[in-house]
Design a protein around this ligand. Sequence first.
Ligand code: ADP
Length: 513
Amino acid sequence: MFKDAQDVLKQYFGYDEFRDGQGEIISNVLSGRNTAGIMPTGGGKSICYQVPAMLLDGVTLVISPLISLMKDQVDSLIFQGIPATYINSTLSASEVEERMEELALGEYKLLYIAPERLESSYFIKFLDSLNIPLVAVDEAHCLSQWGHDFRPSYLRINDAVNQLSSYPVILALTATATPQVQIDILNHLHIPAENKVLTGFQRTNLFFNVLKGEDRKHWVGQYVQRNSQQSGIIYCATRKEVENVHGYLVKKGMSAGKYHGGLSDSLRLQQQEAFLSDSVMVMVATNAFGMGINKSNVRYVLHYQIPKNMEAYYQEAGRAGRDGMESECILLFSPQDIQTQRYIIEQNVMNPDLHRNELQKLRDMVDFVHTESCLQNYILSYFGEEADAECGHCSNCLDDRETEDVTVKAQMVLSCMIRMNERFGTSLISGVLTGSKGKKIVDFGFDKLTTYGLLKGESQKEVGLFIDYLIAEGIIDVEGGSFPILKVSSKGKEVLLGERKVSRKKQVNPAPV
Ligand code: ADP
C-alpha cells in the first residue's frame, strides 16, 4: 500500500520522498485510522490528504475555513492532473448545482467546502449519497475555543461525519495547536492519542531576535534599505500603523507594498501579486496578509509591534525561510504595544472565559519578549514540544553578556509582594520597592512595610523590567483580567526559601523603554 502512496507522490507532485510526518500520517489514514497531524506551516500538510485521496475510492472531503484560497488550491490540483472542485459561497446556485451533479457522477477525487456548509441538512444528505472515504479537517485548531481562531461551525463536523454511511476516516491537520488545543481536537473528532503525529516545530533556519528600545521606524528603514534585494514582510498590529510604516518606507524611496483589511479587494490582490512576483520587495501588512501565501524566498519577517499571541507570532514569523535558507525573524518590542493588543481583546472578546484566555495568551507572548533563555526553545515548549538543545543563533543564545546572581533581589521583590498580600500589579509593587511616595502607597500604609524602599537606587521602570523578567522565568504568576495581580509561583516560593537561585544577564545599560 505504501509503495502506491510513493508512486502517487512522484507521479502527481513530482517529489521523491515523504517529509517528516507525512509518511506516518498517510499510512495511518490508508489503514483506516482517525489521525491528527500537527506540523509547522510549510511542513506539507496538504499532501497528507491529497495522496490518500488519489488512492481511495470515492471523493475526499476537505473542510477548510479559507474560502478565498479554495479556488487557487483547486486550480493548482487540476493543473497537476488531480480532479478537484470546491463548493462555497462564492458560487452561484446554478454553479453549485452543476458541481453537485458532477460529484454524483464521480468526476472528482477531492471536494473542498467551508464548515458552514455542514449546517445544511440538505447538503449532508447529498454528501451521504457520495462515497466519502476520508474527511480532512484543515486548520483543525478552529474547533477549539482555546485556539486562536475559534469557528463555532467546526463543532458540527463530528455530527455531520457521523451521518455519513460511508464511515469516513478523519484526518485533522493544523500548524498551531497548544497542548490544550490538541486535546480538544482529539476529543472532538474521536482521534486516539496514539494517532497524533506531531512533527518537529523547530525551524533551524530561522534566526529569532527580540529588540527592545529601538527607534523603530528609523531602525526598520535602515534594515529594509540594507536588505533591499531581499524579500520580507513587516507585520503591524493595526491598519493605521501599516499606513504609517508603509508611507515612511515609500517616502524614503523603497520598494514597499501594503496589505490590510481596509483596502479594496482589487488593491489587495494587486499588492499581493506584486509581492509574489518580486516587483515589490517588502510587504507591510496586518495579520490579514499571509494565510496560504506560499512564497518560499521570504528572507525576513519583522514584527513592528508585538502580536496578540504566540500562535499568531509563530505562524507569521514562520513565513520566512520556507525554502530552508537562513532567514531572520525580528520582533521590535515597545511596552505600549501591549496596551494596543489588550484594547483589541477588550473590543472583540466578550465571553469572560475566552477573554481571560486571550489575556493569558498575550502574557505568554510578552514573556517571550522578556525571557533570556533560547527563543526557539521558548516557542517549542509553548507548543508542548521538548527541545534537545539551545538553537545557538537567536538573540538570547548570542547574548554574551555576563550572568549575575540576582537571587537576593528576586527575594526582595517576592517578599514585598507577600507583605502586600499578593493583591497588586507591577506598578504598585515597583513603587513600594523604590520608595515612591505615591498617594495609593501612602493611603494603603505601604510606606510602613519593611520592604518599602529596598530598591531605592533603581528607577521604577527598571524594577518593572526586573519583575517582567521574573514573570517570564515563571517565578511570578500573573492572575486576573484587565487589572493583573502578581502572585508568587511555586518556583518563586523555592526562591524565597533559598532552594532556587535566580540569575540574569548583567544589565549594562538599563534597557530604554
Ligand atoms: P502546509 O499546508 O503544511 O503549510 P503545504 O501543504 O502548502 O504546507 O506544503 C508546503 C510546500 O511544501 C508546498 O510547496 C509543497 O508542494 C511542498 N511539499 C510538500 N510535501 C513535500 C515533499 N514530500 N517533498 C518536497 N516538497 C514537499
